[in-house]
Design a protein around this ligand. Sequence first.
Ligand code: ADP
Ligand code: MG
Length: 343
Amino acid sequence: MSFIEASQLTKVFRHDIKEPGLIGAAKHLFTQKHVNKTAVDHIDLRIEEGEAVAYVGPNGAGKSTTIKMMSGILVPTSGSVKVAGILPYKNRIENAKIIGAVFGQRTQLWWDIPIQESFSLLKDIYAIPDSVYRKNMQDFTEMLQLDEILHLSARKLSLGQRMRADLAAALLHNPKMVYLDEPTIGLDVSVKQRIREFIKTINRELGTTILLTTHDLGDIEDLCNRLIIIDHGKIIYDGTLSAVKDKFARERTIHFQMQKPFAEPPSWLNQLPGVELHGIADREIALRFDRFRVTASEVVTLAMKYGEIIDFRMDEPDIEHVIKRVYEGSLELDDVKLAGESS
Ligand SMILES: Nc1ncnc2c1ncn2[C@@H]1O[C@H](COP(=O)(O)OP(=O)(O)O)[C@@H](O)[C@H]1O
Ligand SMILES: [Mg+2]
């Protein structure tokens, strides 16, 4: 059995439709109009203990909803998810003992009391043994530089300070599982770096399982050995970061060095669909092609037919570009389908 097991996990939200104005209000009394929005759509997922997994996708893809079901905040519409053998939305108390969660948008700290006192309250709530509490306070204070903020209330903290305090609060009871929903959003580079180091240490040294949503490629590169992409409530990719480019980067560029210089763009280019001129200068020509339509060897063969090739090299696909398209929601469905077929 895996540590996290989601099976056909689904969440449908019901949106009531209100029509504006008096007539709309009156209508609303009589016609109960609503539409259903499937936020998470029959997800199957397994995560092993100790993994650090990035969960990414465009806004509205269903990331937060998935995490809310896993952390017991929302009840699935259908399907199920178990964490360490527990149904989080049923066994809430048992679940709370083994998980920690940070939602980047809002704090879980008490607004008006000093951070230090919030931590003491958490110690009582979670019945954290003295020794564990003392060790964690010491380690976390050092790693997250909490010294300067322990005496302040959450209300007084900057976003970066608050996020550091929130992370410490979420991990004080040594949870086995941590959900981090956009923990670095809006933070400057140095705070980001500190938070990444902290998460990495927790994962590597304590074996804490991490599920992280982020809009930051650096977070994924630094922390996660596995990447899951969700789009329109469905998982469209589950694998390593480096393999994602092989799946989704459809454009490749080949640079040729030819024996003879070109006077003008060669006319043979249009003989292959999906190939276009990327650059031309003297004896060098760069051709960009869509590898779902034509293979590299077809492009090379074509060039060879029309001139002697001295040398050529192919550009590595650009992972940043692929991830950017993931966040923008502009991975075309074609890409996904074709990528699936080619594997
Ligand atoms: N409480 C809610 N009530 C109604 N619709 C919701 C609610 N929470 C999320 N949604 C909708 O579900 C979809 C997925 O949202 P969410 O899980 O927050 O996406 P993400 O975290 O990937 O940006 C969106 O269309 C969103 O509008
Ligand atoms: Mg979200």
